[in-house]
Design a protein around this ligand. Structure first.
Ligand SMILES: Nc1nc2c(ncn2[C@@H]2O[C@H](COP(=O)(O)OP(=O)(O)OP(=O)(O)O)[C@@H](O)[C@H]2O)c(=O)[nH]1
Ligand SMILES: [Mg+2]
Length: 277
């Protein structure tokens, strides 16, 4: 049963105006689920005037928060080139593996480049994933500059006619301006070889409003074409999907729902909202 089912049926079953206590409970559920202050405010306003059509009204409030654009991966370049970025531990490397798995299953030849050269373990982690998924992997030299590794990967992806090249980057704090500048450089250098089709920002759904703060800093460093919201499993905080896209106006292209390579779903707002009821 979806997040709103119980709440809406409770309100709808009341005769007369809902009590302040019932409304306060409802509001705190919405905030706990990370719908954010604006959506929560709009839903509460509807709830106060609660009559039979509450479900339709909430559906409308939620759906208007999503941008009306395609959520398909852009695949214009040859090879399709994807940069994956985000704060430490949000799930970038795992998402790269999941994406690779998805594209590999479509019959695409995929190359992964580990541009996270600060930690040897990070590159090993991606290599392990590449083997598991069954795609090719490009490793840079130890201590090689991330932009230069990404450049080499891009060159290889082109020379060897890969269909898709995905670059995994090191996690970085959105407040560290030199690391943000490095991202700009990674992109610029890759684009000497081939235009970047997608810059996907990975956000951890369980971090709520903080994800929005992070995203704004990344947007200042490089244009972002899509979001991946991870850790949507095992958490009742699905509301961040609505809050994040409403605020950032960037399409959520995928959601991560687990740690395995199959745990990535293309995001569909209509279906998501339906499942909340
Ligand atoms: N439950 C769950 N766990 C996830 C999901 N995505 C990633 N994780 C876990 O989150 C942890 C961090 O994932 P990574 O992919 O290493 O994150 P990262 O952003 O590459 O981390 P850094 O490279 O250190 O910045 C791992 O334990 C993953 O298994 C998801 O959708 N759901
Ligand atoms: Mg990583």
């Amino acid at each position: 049963m979806g997040f709103f089912s119980k709440l809406v049926s409770k309100l709808s079953s009341l005769t007369g105006t809902p009590s302040e206590e019932v409304l306060a409970d409802f509001e705190s559920e919405l905030l706990k689920a990370d719908f954010g202050p604006v959506v929560t405010g709009q839903v509460m306003e509807s709830a106060r005037r609660s009559r039979g059509d509450l479900k339709e009204r909430i559906t409308e409030i939620l759906l208007t928060g999503f941008v009306d654009v395609s959520r398909e991966l852009v695949t214009t370049s040859q090879p399709t080139t994807i940069l994956v970025i985000g704060v430490n531990g949000t799930g970038k490397t795992t998402s790269v593996a999941k994406l690779a798995h998805l594209l590999h299953a479509e019959g695409k030849r995929v190359l992964l480049t580990g541009a996270d050269t600060f930690r040897a373990a990070a590159v090993d982690q991606l290599e392990t994933w590449a083997k598991r998924v069954g795609v090719e992997f490009h490793r840079g030299g130890e201590r090689q500059d991330p932009a230069s590794v990404a450049f080499d990967g891009a060159k290889r992806s082109k020379d060897e006619n890969f269909d898709v090249h995905i670059v995994d980057t090191a996690g970085r704090l959105h407040t560290e301006s030199n690391l943000m500048a490095e991202l700009t450089k990674v992109r610029r250098v890759v684009e000497k070889v081939v235009p970047v089709d997608e810059v996907l920002l990975v956000l951890d759904a369980t971090t709520g409003q903080n994800a929005i703060v992070q995203a704004k800093e990344f947007m200042a460093a490089t244009p972002i074409t899509g979001l991946i919201l991870t850790k949507m499993d095992g958490s009742a905080r699905g509301g961040s999907v609505v809050a994040v896209e409403r605020e950032l106006r960037i399409p959520i292209k995928f959601i991560g729902i687990g740690e395995g390579m199959s745990d990535l779903r293309p995001f569909d707002p209509q279906r998501f909202v339906e499942e909340l009821f």
